[in-house]
Write a protein that binds this ligand. Structure first.
Ligand SMILES: [Zn+2]
Ligand SMILES: [Zn+2]
Length: 333
């Protein structure tokens, strides 16, 4: 079968591999679309703390049941909940399996969806409603991150929010805020292509490369500043504004993963009685809500998706490293 294989730092190859054999309790899925995530880019660059070559990456994918599922017939459209939690650590036992002490992921810690077929544990399979395309089905996972970030933040309908970063996660967070009824969503980004997509989706945008971020946000919020600021960029420059654009007793939500620990001004957290909240992946419920959001059709998520073939993978990864005009790249397997 066709596979995209991470071989070593900055070396991803298109290879033919034997089909995986689904054992007891496992399901074989025929992959349709698989997304490239920021964490896949970390693997590609050889800086991911856990991933080991050779590896078939891919934890954001859609496909159809091939065999092995007790109730879903062959051909049923599905995605997976890719978290592999241990089930017996303190967070797992107390209902926080998504922050398991030894959390692993399909496509990072074992072979994932960048292949024609993938085997997964039966309890990770989630059916995609027929009303959703398989292409959008592969985007459920990033939307679930947005759902989790907004629901966990304590955001209330009518609140004003700033989102730093218009990559896939930033735009998913911003879209979820809109879906949940935010009074104002302001997206801050420096990349011109990403800014243009944020504008097409209807968000108020601030060009971080040219504009006075603090003054614009004050202006756009009638002098109040934001109730929430979501850091989806995880760039050190965000920390120079994050605590300033939030009102007194507002909330900073850390969604992106910093490569190095950033400098954070805790004096501002203290003086303004701010709350800082961390976000890690999602829970199963977030996938259900993400499905509802995608099904609603209210947000044109197709604007965010680009498509390539697996044969193009080596060049695609090289280009993604340079940035360019892509929000979310999907391989059509
Ligand atoms: Zn991801
Ligand atoms: Zn655990």
């Amino acid at each position: 079968m066709k596979s995209i294989v991470y071989r070593s730092a900055q070396d991803v190859g298109f290879e033919q591999k034997p089909m995986p054999e689904a054992g007891p309790g496992e399901v074989l899925i025929k992959v349709a679309y698989v997304g490239v995530c920021g964490s896949d880019m970390n693997i590609y660059q050889g800086v991911h703390p856990r991933a080991q070559a050779p590896l078939v990456m891919g934890h954001e994918f859609s496909g159809t049941i091939e065999h092995g599922h007790p109730t879903l017939a062959k051909g049923t459209p599905v995605t997976v909940y890719p978290l592999l939690s241990c089930g017996h650590c303190e967070p797992c036992l107390n209902g926080y399996a998504h922050v398991c002490n030894t959390l692993r992921l399909i496509g990072i810690d074992c072979d994932g969806g960048m292949a024609e077929y993938v085997k997964v544990p039966v309890d990770k399979v989630l059916e995609i409603p027929k009303t959703l395309s398989l292409k959008l089905g592969a985007f459920l996972e990033p939307v679930a991150v947005g759902v989790h970030a907004v629901r966990r933040s304590g955001y209330k309908p009518g609140d004003r929010a700033v989102v730093f970063g218009a990559g896939p996660i930033g735009l998913c967070v911003a879209s979820c805020l809109n879906y949940f009824g935010a009074a104002k969503v302001i997206v801050v980004e420096a990349n011109p292509y990403r800014l243009s997509v944020a504008q097409k989706l209807g968000f108020t945008t601030i060009d971080a490369s040219k504009e006075d971020i603090r003054a614009r946000i004050k202006d756009e919020t009638h002098g109040y500043n934001a109730d929430f600021a979501f850091d989806c960029a995880a760039h050190p420059s965000v920390q120079t504004h994050l605590m300033d654009v939030i009102k007194v007793q507002g909330t900073a939500v850390i969604v992106g993963s910093y490569k190095k620990p950033p400098e954070v001004d805790l004096l501002k957290v203290e003086f303004k009685e701010l709350t800082v909240i961390g976000i890690r992946v999602y829970e199963r419920r977030d996938f259900e809500i993400a499905t509802q959001i995608l099904e609603s059709g209210g947000i044109d998520f197709d604007l965010l998706l680009s498509e390539s073939t697996p044969e193009q993978a080596p060049e695609v990864f090289q280009q993604l490293l340079k940035g360019g005009n892509t929000i979310k790249m999907l391989f059509k397997m």
